[in-house]
Design a protein around this ligand. Structure first.
Ligand code: NAP
Length: 310
C-alpha cells in the first residue's frame, strides 16, 4: 500500500463532495485515477459517477478503498465527527486533509492520525473550485516529506502549483491565514475605493484598471520592505510614515464628508499613530517620534498582540 509504482493509476478516495470536493474528485478522474467518493448527501456524487467515479456505500468503505484518502469538508469538527470512528482504517494509509482550519487543528489531527498508524498531510487550497486541475490553483502541503513525495504526482492532478512547505503540519494553515489576510486587505481597499467613487456616481468597473496598476506598483515595493523587516531598520524608501499619516487623514475625511464608512481608514490611522508613538518611546533621541521612518516600520504593530489581548 505504500508503493506508488504507477502514479497515473493510483486509486484515490475523496470524502466530501461540496463545491470543492466535487472539483477535486473531477480533477482526479480527468487525470485517470480510479476515484472512490463518499458524501453525506449522496446525490452530489451523480455527476462524478457519470464520469467514472465509484460511490462507496459508507464512509468506512470509502476510506478502505485505497491508499490515499483526500478529505474536504466544511470544517475540522465535521472531519473529526466522520473520521474519528474509523481510526483503525487509517493504518498504512495517507490522509490528505484539504479542509480549512487553524494550525492547532492541523497539529491535533496529525497526532490523531499518527496514533492510528496513518500518514497525514495537511493541505490548503488557494483557489476556487473552477480553478482546480488548472494553472490557476495553488495547493500548499505540510507533513512528512516521504508521504508528500510518494503522492506528489497524484496530487499534481489538483494544482499545477503543488507546493511542499515542510514537516511541521501547521505550516499550511499558517500560510493560508497569511494569504487570506492579504486577500481581505486588497478586497477591503477595493471596496472602500469603490464606495468612495460610487458616492460621486462613478462606475465600479472603471475603477478596476486603476486598481490593477496600483496593486502592481505596491507589489514592486515589497522586496525592499521585506529586507527592512528582516534587518529591523526602516529608512523611508518611498514616503515617510508622516506622509502616509497625512494621506490617511485625507482618506478618512473624504470618506466622512461623502457619507462613506470611515472605520477602516480611521483604524489604519490609529495604527500608524501608535507606530510613530512607540518608535518615539523606543528612541528618545528623536523628539518628534519616528514619523520619518518608512511604512515598513508598521511591522512592529502587527507583531504585537492586539491591545487588551496580550
Ligand atoms: P461546501 O460546498 O459547503 O461543502 C461542505 C462539505 O462538507 C459537503 O460535502 C457537506 O456534505 C460536508 N458536511 C458539512 N457538514 C457535514 C456533516 N455534519 N456531516 C457530514 N458532512 C458534512 O464547502 P466547500 O466550498 O466544498 O468547502 C469545503 C472546504 O474547502 C472548506 O473547508 C473550505 O474552507 C475549503 N475551501 C473552499 C474553497 C471554495 O472556493 N469553495 C476554497 C478554498 C478552500 P453535504 O453535501 O451532505 O452537505
Amino acid at each position: 500500500m505504500t508503493q506508488n509504482r504507477d502514479a497515473d493509476r493510483t486509486p484515490v478516495t475523496v470524502v466530501g463532495l461540496g463545491l470543492m470536493g466535487q472539483a477535486l474528485a473531477g480533477a482526479f478522474l480527468r487525470a485517470g485515477h480510479p476515484t472512490t467518493v463518499w458524501n453525506r448527501t449522496a446525490a452530489k456524487a451523480d455527476p462524478l459517477i457519470a464520469q467514472g467515479a465509484t460511490l462507496a456505500d459508507s464512509i468506512g468503505d470509502a476510506v478502505a478503498a485505497g491508499p490515499l484518502v483526500v478529505v474536504c469538508l466544511s470544517d475540522y469538527d465535521t472531519a473529526h465527527k466522520l473520521l474519528d470512528p474509523l481510526g483503525e482504517l487509517l493504518d498504512g494509509r495517507t490522509l490528505v486533509n484539504l479542509t480549512s482550519g487553524t494550525s492547532a487543528q492541523a497539529r491535533e489531527t496529525a497526532e490523531w492520525a499518527a496514533r492510528h498508524g496513518g500518514d497525514y498531510l495537511d493541505g490548503v487550497i488557494l483557489a476556487v473550485p473552477p480553478g482546480i486541475g488548472t494553472a490557476d490553483a495553488i495547493i500548499l502541503y505540510s507533513g512528512p516529506r516521504a508521504a508528500f513525495d510518494l503522492y506528489e504526482p497524484v496530487l499534481r492532478s489538483l494544482a499545477e502549483a503543488t507546493t511542499y512547505l515542510g514537516g511541521d503540519h501547521s505550516l499550511s494553515a499558517l500560510h493560508d491565514m497569511a494569504v487570506l489576510g492579504l486577500m481581505w486587505g486588497v478586497l477591503n481597499g477595493f471596496l472602500q475605493g469603490a464606495a468612495l467613487r460610487g458616492a460621486a456616481g462613478a462606475d465600479p468597473a472603471a475603477f478596476v484598471p486603476l486598481v490593477r496598476q496600483g496593486i502592481g506598483i505596491v507589489t514592486d515595493w515589497l522586496p525592499g520592505y521585506a529586507q527592512q523587516i528582516a534587518e529591523g531598520t526602516y529608512p523611508a524608501l518611498d514616503a515617510t510614515l508622516d506622509t502616509h499619516r497625512a494621506a490617511m487623514e485625507h482618506l478618512a475625511h473624504e470618506s466622512e464628508s461623502r457619507g462613506v464608512n470611515a472605520d477602516l481608514p480611521r483604524f489604519l490611522q490609529a495604527l500608524a499613530d501608535r507606530a510613530v508613538a512607540d518608535r518615539a518611546v523606543a528612541d528618545r533621541a528623536v523628539a518628534d517620534g519616528r514619523g520619518g521612518d518608512g511604512y515598513a516600520a508598521m511591522i512592529e504593530q502587527f507583531r504585537k498582540p492586539s491591545a487588551g489581548r496580550s
